[in-house]
Design a protein around this ligand. Structure first.
Ligand code: ADP
Ligand code: MG
Length: 473
């Protein structure tokens, strides 16, 4: 747990050293195939915890490299007795569904010792704290509500329901709450699980006729957090159990926090009575990030990286890693999908720079992120083009798609066809179909007409340019 920053840094440094030793002993290929796939989840007492993306990777590392990993750790830290490799929540769910006795928390190498803290559930990511969470307009309500829960003596709102799209910080906030409560109110019992894990444990409990222990675990807590609750949509018996757990806790004035990828009322396949109770407390949504927040997040990640990483010079000296602000601005402007992808982009640039020992520049950034940047360039649709062009020329959308041949309708229609060809990947027949079922030759004729007009009608040329810019914004 991040109560002691020095210890946390120290343990991730130990991990860095383990990786270096592995690379030296087993080579780049083995490193890329195996160890690089693995996440380091911290050291708890005498146990290192790693997360492997798949059962296969986990088993391979377990059978081929586990003793060496322990040796490497022992070189820095003689206390380490076990190296436990977990699967992330949700990995190989099909397999787990058939074998619920082997749920995600089962360590591959050692049987996990009962931890001494008041925490139970899925492992917490030590990077997900309030300190590392950057607040902006889009997430300030969610952040404030999360903070409030860790500070309040009394339960302020119950449940807290956080929702928002993928990669916008819901899980980060939940872990931050858990860390904070574990640190400041150690007597409180905290449970954090994904809804998926909740379900697998429930299935296992049913199968082994041990629902009593299951109920004890989830109903006997001060703070229960269930992540990604949309997962239990259409899973009726799990919903039933969830509902009873939820009601018991709320009735006992224990705090419940739920996240989902959409609002309670938009959840489909979840019983109405549950939906209505989910909305009883505080519902806080996290909106997509804006440019300022993205830049803020990048700056904080870049600062952290500069403190830890350096560039090795050929002569054996090393220099601080510097990430130019223009690179951060470029990323904040280009990678708008979600924070996870934004972080991933920055990490790739940093990894490249430290690996090849070169300073980060704009050129390098463009080169390293080519594919990502292309994917983030917005895809314009025919619908959008039709709507915008109709709006621009002040005609109705229905007129654009109609058979009318009045000049003031024909021209915008042709321009919209031209832009559809230029800016989307649709074929001429497809474009024809979308323009009121016209033939592809009509579309071709329209496009040629616009090309001709652009050559000698300055106004048309300017209109087309302006429309294009509208879509590229
Ligand atoms: P979600 O659970 O909403 O899908 P996560 O909590 O897993 O998203 O966040 C994805 C990644 O983005 C994580 O690495 C997280 O630390 C990071 N992240 C998201 N929002 C922020 C923020 N406001 N400040 C710092 N990091 C953030
Ligand atoms: Mg999440």
């Amino acid at each position: 747990m991040p109560s002691d920053n020095a210890a946390v840094m120290n343990s991730s440094e130990q991990w860095d050293r383990v990786c270096t030793k592995f690379l030296r002993e087993f080579g780049q290929q083995a490193y890329t195939n195996w160890l690089e796939q693995v996440g380091f989840n911290g050291i708890n007492n005498d146990t290192v915890s790693l997360v492997a993306p798949t059962r296969f990777v986990r088993d391979w590392i377990k059978s081929h490299y586990a003793p060496r990993l322990k040796d490497y750790f022992n070189a820095d830290n003689p206390n380490i007795q076990n190296v436990a490799i977990y699967l992330p929540d949700g990995a190989n769910s099909a397999i787990q569904a058939q074998q619920p006795q082997e749920t995600v928390m089962t360590p591959a190498i050692t049987v996990e010792k009962k931890s001494e803290t008041s925490f139970e559930g899925s492992p917490l990511d030590e990077r997900y704290t309030f300190e590392s969470f950057v607040v902006g307009k889009s997430n300030e309500l969610a952040y404030a509500a999360a903070k409030r829960i860790t500070e309040a003596e009394e339960v302020a709102f119950n449940p807290l329901f956080l929702h928002g799209g993928v990669g916008l910080g819901k899980t980060h906030l939940m872990h931050a709450i858990a860390w904070e409560v574990i640190k400041n109110q150690p007597s409180k019992k905290v449970v954090y699980v994904s809804a998926e894990k909740f379900m697998f444990e429930f299935i296992a409990a049913l199968r082994f006729k041990d629902t009593h222990a299951f109920k004890q675990k989830f109903r006997n807590v001060d703070l229960l957090m269930i992540d990604d609750v949309q997962f239990i949509a259409n899973k009726d018996s799990t919903q039933e159990e969830f509902f009873h757990t939820f009601n018991t806790l709320i009735d006992n004035r224990c705090q419940v926090i739920i996240t989902a990828d959409r609002s309670p009322t938009d959840l489909e396949g979840i019983q109405d009575r549950i939906i209505s109770r989910l909305g009883w407390g505080l519902v806080a949504d996290i909106h997509p990030t804006d440019y300022e927040l993205r830049l803020g997040i990048l700056q904080s990640k870049a600062d952290a990286a500069s403190r830890k990483k350096s560039i090795a010079n050929p002569n054996g000296t090393s220099e601080k890693l510097v990430i130019p602000i223009e690179v951060l601005e470029f990323l904040a402007g280009k990678i708008t999908s979600n924070v996870r992808e934004l972080e991933g982009a920055l990490n790739r640039v940093i990894a490249y720079a430290t690996l090849v020992g070169r300073h980060i520049t704009m050129d390098m950034t463009r080169e390293v992120l080519q594919d990502l940047i292309r994917a983030n360039n917005r895809q314009v649709t025919i619908d959008e083009i039709q709507r915008k062009v109709a709006e621009y020329y002040n005609i109705r959308l229905a007129e654009m798609l109609s058979d009318r041949r009045a000049r003031n309708i024909v021209r915008p229609r042709q321009i919209a066809m031209y832009l559809s060809k230029e800016m989307t990947k649709n074929s001429l027949p497809e474009i024809g179909r979308r323009f009121g079922g016209r033939d592809h030759t009509t579309v071709m004729h329209g496009i040629r007409k616009v090309e001709e007009l652009m050559l000698d009608d300055h106004q048309i040329e300017e209109d087309v340019m302006r429309l294009k810019r509208l879509f590229e914004a």
